[in-house]
Design a protein around this ligand. Structure first.
Ligand SMILES: Cc1cc2nc3c(=O)[nH]c(=O)nc-3n(C[C@H](O)[C@H](O)[C@H](O)COP(=O)(O)OP(=O)(O)OC[C@H]3O[C@@H](n4cnc5c(N)ncnc54)[C@H](O)[C@@H]3O)c2cc1C
Length: 391
């Protein structure tokens, strides 16, 4: 029997495996990470490669190692720091961050703890939990759900209809089989107002100068992070934790988020690319689409029209609770408590029921607005390391 089964091998699952081993005294022989991909972090790698991003949005202290200074030390050890960090928050280069992840996975032998498979069911058992998986049932004392919305790309209704009719439309995060960016074939419209849309539009414009339009529903919103910097520490989080009502916590999360925003340097690069004629930006919301005889699509907007040979959605992920039907079934069968917003009601140790823990989006009502980010994984790590040591 395992002591810990971590379901999900993304940034959260990997950081928490490492934290439980390095700081929580977990026995590697009795800890496993269940994830359907060929390697840990495969989903993160696919998403970041497809956007064409060069730097993370988060800061130098947000990475997978337990010591917050580890990424800086790693960068210095590798040689020159030039070009490795950007801006006042020292946002790391993606290549540096990935190399650091790879080193940590090798150092802690996490690849050997990876079970390739997918959870399909969850139920209480005599000494803990039984997780049904695509590879058979696994008995474990504790389960940590490290799921995300990453398998739920958001498709607006008009786009779903266009796809069903065989239209030339793809979602940036839709193709699970490939790390390749969608190939621009003729005039391409990228839809979305956030950092991924901006980065993708610029990357495609480098391949097809002048052939890309970025369609935004609103003017470019410039913010350093996707929630204010005060949410990274006690300044804002202490007020959040002092609030006992989950409805109020949900309202605070909504108010704190900056969806569809970009950091200053990305906004600057986008404006420069537009000045140089590499791409166009246009404000508007798609109301309907029509296929033309030549296969292109005419987009009817709230203000004017636009024609596209190819459309790429960079509309992020569906905000529904991560997990899907197998988790819905477990919630119903095991009587797991939910807040009115449909998210887990958990305690300060991120515990949903004895032996069942959550992180990421599922732990939002405890970790607050940064729950889904690397900062949220690190906050979860603090709580779970303390818990594991006390076991
Ligand atoms: C392009 C992009 C850039 C981002 N940049 C930043 C950034 O700079 N800084 C920051 O803090 N955040 C960033 N984020 C946000 C966030 O940190 C990432 O989305 C991150 O990948 C979240 O990690 P995760 O482990 O929660 O999810 P994921 O990386 O999505 O991992 C979840 C894993 O669980 C697996 N899984 C799902 N269901 C099951 C199941 N039933 N059984 C087993 N496994 C399952 C999935 O296949 C997946 O591998 C970014 C997000 C994107 C998309």
């Amino acid at each position: 029997m395992l002591d810990w089964l971590i379901v999900g091998g993304g940034l959260h699952g990997t950081h928490l495996a490492l934290t439980l081993l390095a700081r929580g005294g977990a026995n590697p022989a009795r800890l496993r990470i269940l994830d359907p991909h060929a390697a840990l972090l495969a989903h993160w790698e696919r998403c970041t490669t497809r956007t064409g991003m060069a730097f993370l949005r988060s800061t130098v202290v947000h990475h997978l190692a337990p010591d917050p200074h580890d990424l800086w030390i790693f960068a210095r050890r590798r040689g020159s720091l030039t070009g490795q960090f950007r801006g006042p928050y020292r946002r790391p280069a993606l290549a540096l961050f990935q190399a650091h992840c790879a080193e940590l996975i090798a150092t802690y032998g996490l690849d050997q703890l990876h079970l390739r498979g997918r959870a399909t069911g969850l139920r209480r058992a005599r000494h803990g939990w039984c997780v049904e998986t695509s590879q058979g049932a696994i008995a474990t004392r504790r389960v940590l759900l490290a799921l995300s919305a990453g398998e739920q790309p958001r498709w607006p209704a008009w786009a779903t209809a266009l796809r069903a009719a065989g239209g030339p439309i793809a979602h940036l995060y839709g193709d699970e089989a490939s790390n390749e960016q969608p190939a621009p074939g003729g005039p391409t419209v990228v839809i979305g107002g956030g950092i991924s849309a901006a980065q993708l539009a610029m990357a495609l414009a480098r391949r097809v100068p002048g052939g890309v339009t970025l369609l935004l529903r609103h003017d470019l919103r410039v913010e350093p992070f996707d929630s204010g910097p005060c949410w990274l520490g006690p300044k804002c989080l202490s007020g959040f934790h002092a609030e006992p009502r989950p409805e109020r916590r949900r309202a605070m999360i909504r108010a704190a988020r900056n969806p569809g925003s970009v950091p200053e340097d990305v906004a600057r690069s986008l404006r420069r690319a537009e000045r140089w004629g590499l791409l166009r930006t246009q404000r508007g919301e798609v109301l309907a689409t029509t296929r033309r005889a030549d296969g292109a699509v005419s987009l009817q907007l709230d203000e004017g029209n636009l024609t596209a040979a190819h459309i790429v959605l960079a509309t992020g992920f569906d905000p529904a609770r991560p997990g899907g039907t197998w988790l819905d079934d477990a919630i119903a069968a095991e009587g797991l408590a939910l807040a009115p917003c449909g998210y887990p009601l958990i305690d300060r140790r991120l515990c949903w029921a004895p032996g069942l823990y959550v992180t990421g989006g599922l732990a939002e009502l405890e970790l607050g607005p940064p729950a889904r980010n690397i900062a949220g994984a690190r906050h979860a790590g603090e709580r779970l390391a303390a818990l594991a040591l006390a076991l």
